[in-house]
Write a protein that binds this ligand. Sequence first.
Ligand SMILES: [Mg+2]
Length: 208
Amino acid sequence: MNTVFLFDLDSTVTKQEILPTIAEEIGKKDEMRELTEKTMMGDLPFQESFRSRVELLNQIPVAKVAELVSEISVNDAIVKFLNENKENSFIVTSNLDVWIEKLMNRIGMKGRYYCSHAKVVDDKIVGIKEILAKDSVQDMLTSKAKIVAIGDGSNDYDMLRKADVSVSFGGVREIAPALLDISDYSVYDENKLYELLTAIRNEEDADE
Ligand SMILES: [Mg+2]
């Protein structure tokens, strides 16, 4: 059976939450932090919070945000796994296409991600076309695939719950309490995560 790995982006692949990092650049750090913390802990509905957070940032030219996002530091061991398993690995993020495209190219994930979509006019975001429901990706994939999902926040809950193997990652920030309850594994170090995922992949290879 084919194994597919689905990775959250913010604080799983990246070493920082993306939107707060951008907010800091434009002096809106406190407003953003409050919204983000509430969301991560599940105290604010994700869609509502995401729209509010995009609104905080939508006056910045899209190209500028994309540039800042592309420079965000990443967990190298996780990116190594992604690149070693390109055919079977995807990033699943609610973040916006126009903001993350450059970063995806930089880490070798061009065309290997699912995300939300923004409407842009004159380099400014004027609306959100669609906010990705992370667990909808599983429905798009072949039913023959065994799904391994990796994430850290409460918006990863449905994706992890639906996965065959769920891994919560606490190497960047505290894992959302709801995720800990449903995860098959909780890992707190990127190198350990690399080892675990590689072992899962090798197990599958051995079964074939
Ligand atoms: Mg995350």
